[in-house]
Every structure is written in structure tokens, then in C-alpha cells.
Design a protein around this ligand. Structure first.
Ligand SMILES: *[C@@H]1O[C@H](CO)[C@@H](O)[C@H](O)[C@H]1NC(C)=O
Ligand SMILES: *[C@@H]1O[C@H](CO)[C@@H](O)[C@H](O)[C@H]1NC(C)=O
Ligand SMILES: *[C@@H]1O[C@H](CO)[C@@H](O)[C@H](O)[C@H]1NC(C)=O
Ligand SMILES: *[C@@H]1O[C@H](CO)[C@@H](O)[C@H](O)[C@H]1NC(C)=O
Length: 321
């Protein structure tokens, strides 16, 4: 876990201390229970402010406050604005949650939006981010494999290979190029019509910053732009990369950029997608949230509910957990 980066992001988070602005960018009139939505968010912002003050400048403590606040904002959505959880705005909020909270872990309620969900974002932002998170994990495993081999060779007295710096650098470069490629590629692969930066083309820099200490020790001059020849001669699957999109474009060989901006597709979520009660957890915290503002008739029958919530889709789960 690149905790150093996230500790640094405590500063970002404190600067965030326009804390009230951190909630989802959804206006109350779009929500099933707009007035409760406002008071719920206000309450979270107040608690967050108090939490940060009580940290007295301790970075880790402030990061924890941000994690909790984001979880509570998600609860506000589940409680009062469940009809907007597949929107671009909520999916972007979850992206923000992962960016500021190092302990954030799947599963997250309503994320990614199911295929064909009503009122979903035109680009499956959740899927793009999932690819980046997977790529990060795979790259770190890949790098560790390189390091472990070096240690093995040293301890087995295999001096012929020991200090073969060039080989180590080559393997580390392969890991780095595949990781970056997997992450970048997802934006084009998952959302070919969307402007890449809006689809998440910049996520790699956020979740895997190049200045992360020690990460690129063996390859100090590594740059994504130089990965063409590495990727020419390599199947990333062979060194442990297996993204769900499984695309590994080379820097000089990307598909055309999409031109669409983000928007929510048609459709209405007419009943709480999680059922009336949502239970979920992060780290050691468990949350139970009861939805408000729904029409009881719409939730009575799960099958009726599925029909209203999905249109024609069969793969829309009644419960996203
Ligand atoms: C909400 O909108 C503001 C202004 O456009 C933007 O800076 C911020 O990142 C957005 N927040 C989220 C969670 O999308
Ligand atoms: C680690 O590296 C070795 C040598 O390149 C390779 O055979 C092995 O499959 C790698 N393991 C993983 C988990 O990628
Ligand atoms: C790759 O990932 C998919 C699911 O994401 C999984 O079904 C498959 O077994 C994986 N393949 C390998 C070689 O790990
Ligand atoms: C496509 O988008 C990427 C990411 O924003 C950008 O770096 C690149 O220059 C764009 N390519 C073209 C041909 O506009």
C-alpha cells in the first residue's frame, strides 16, 4: 500500500477543508428525499470539521476523518438520494473517496453501476477506476517478484546473476509499463466515446504517482512515453497482469480519443437499489442505513421492483453489496 502518498494526501485533505464541498455534486431537488439529503450532508460536514479540529494537525488522524466522512456521505446517498446512485456525480464521489482514503476497499455500495442501470453515467467510471486499482496491485506484485528474485539470487550465492542491474531494470521497466498501460487503456477501452480525461485517463497519476519514494528505485528514469518498445516485446499477461479490460495499449498506439462529455442516461431508479435497508462495511466499521422517500409499493415485490428499476436488463442486481 503506497501509504506515503496517502499520508501526503492528508495535506490535500486538510486543504479540502472547504469540507462542505466534498459531498456528492447532486442538488437536493434530484433526490428522493431532498430535505433529508441536505440535513444529512450538513450533519456529516459538521462532524468532519470537528473530527479534523480534534486531530490537532495529526495527518493520519485527518485522513481517518476523511475516510469516515466519505462513508457517511455515501450513507446519506443510500438513505435519501438512492435514486441518483448510478449517476456520474455519485460515481465521481466514490472516485474521490478512493483518492483520499487509503483504507477504502471494495465492495462499495452502488459502485460500479451495474450494466444497463437506469440513470447511470454515460461512462462506467467505476469500471475504469477498478482497472486502475487492479493495475496498481498487479504492478506492486510484479515489482516485488523482481525484488524477491534478486534477494534469492543473493542468498543462494548465485553471484553470476547478482548485480545484474540491467536485467533488474529491464524487468522493473516491464512491470511499470504494463501497470501504467493497463490503467490508461481502461479509459479508452471502457469509455471509447468519452473525452479520455473525463473517463479517467489521469487516474494513474493520482493512484500511482511517479514520485512515490522507493517505487521506481531500479528505474529512476522510467517514463511512460518510453514504453513502446518494452510493450512491443511483451505480453503483460505473462508477468501477472490480468485486468478486467485486459487491454495494454502502447503510448504511441492508442485508439482515437472520444469527444463526449459525461452525462446520465435516461431512466429512473424508482426504489432503493439496496432494498430498504443497506448494510455495508469498511475496515472495522459497519454501517446500517435505512432508505427514506420511497414508494412502498415499488419495493414490495422484488420482481416488480427489478422490472421498474431496470427496464429490460436481466443483469441488474437487486442488491449491490
Ligand atoms: C464537484 O464539483 C466541483 C466543481 O466542478 C469539482 O471541483 C469537484 O471535484 C466535484 N466533486 C466531485 C466529488 O465530483
Ligand atoms: C516471477 O518472475 C518469474 C521469473 O521472471 C516468473 O517465472 C514468475 O511467473 C513470476 N511470478 C509472478 C507471480 O508473476
Ligand atoms: C483474469 O481475471 C478474470 C476475472 O477478472 C478471471 O476470471 C481469470 O481467471 C483471470 N485469469 C488469470 C490468468 O488470472
Ligand atoms: C487524447 O487524449 C489524451 C489524454 O487527454 C491526450 O494526451 C492526447 O494528446 C489526445 N490525443 C489527441 C490526438 O488529441
Amino acid at each position: 500500500m503506497p501509504s506515503v502518498y496517502f499520508t501526503l494526501s492528508a495535506a490535500v485533505l486538510a486543504g479540502f477543508a472547504s469540507v462542505a464541498q466534498a459531498q456528492t455534486n447532486i442538488t437536493n431537488n434530484a433526490c428522493a428525499d431532498g430535505s433529508s439529503y441536505d440535513s444529512c450532508n450538513r450533519d456529516v460536514a459538521n462532524k468532519w470539521g470537528t473530527c479534523v479540529t480534534d486531530c490537532r494537525g495529526d495527518g493520519d488522524c485527518m485522513v481517518d476523518c476523511g475516510c469516515t466522512a466519505h462513508q457517511q456521505y455515501i450513507n446519506c446517498m443510500a438513505e435519501t438520494c438512492w435514486n441518483q446512485v448510478y449517476s456520474c456525480e455519485y460515481q465521481l464521489f466514490v472516485q474521490q473517496y478512493f483518492a483520499v482514503c487509503p483504507s477504502a476497499a471494495e465492495p462499495i455500495p452502488f459502485w460500479p453501476a451495474p450494466d444497463n442501470a437506469p440513470n447511470r453515467c454515460s461512462c462506467d467510471l467505476g469500471k475504469v477506476l477498478q482497472n486502475t486499482l487492479t493495475a496498481r496491485k498487479e504492478q506492486m506484485t510484479c515489482m516485488k517478484n523482481v525484488t524477491d528474485q534478486t534477494v534469492n539470487e543473493a542468498s543462494s550465492g548465485n553471484l553470476a546473476n547478482l548485480g545484474n542491474g540491467l536485467n533488474i531494470a529491464n524487468q522493473a521497466t516491464e512491470c511499470a509499463c504494463c501497470g501504467a498501460s493497463a490503467s490508461y487503456s481502461a479509459a479508452w477501452e471502457v469509455c471509447p466515446d468519452t473525452v479520455p480525461t473525463l473517463a479517467g485517463a489521469n487516474l494513474w497519476g493520482v493512484f500511482f504517482p511517479g514520485d512515490l519514494p522507493n517505487l521506481y528505485n531500479s528505474i529512476p528514469n522510467w517514463a511512460w512515453d518510453t514504453c513502446d518498445s518494452t510493450l512491443d516485446n511483451l505480453k503483460c499477461q505473462d508477468i501477472g497482469f490480468n485486468d478486467s479490460s485486459d487491454k495494454f495499449y502502447k503510448p504511441g498506439d492508442f485508439p482515437k480519443n472520444g469527444t463526449s462529455t459525461l452525462h446520465n442516461v435516461a431512466g429512473t431508479v424508482t426504489a432503493p437499489p439496496s432494498g430498504t435497508v443497506l448494510t455495508w462495511s469498511q475496515s472495522s466499521t459497519s454501517w446500517t442505513v435505512t432508505a427514506t422517500g420511497y414508494d412502498a409499493k415499488a419495493v414490495v415485490s422484488q420482481s416488480e421492483y427489478r422490472a421498474t428499476a431496470t427496464g429490460t436488463s436481466t443483469d441488474f442486481p437487486g442488491r449491490r453489496m
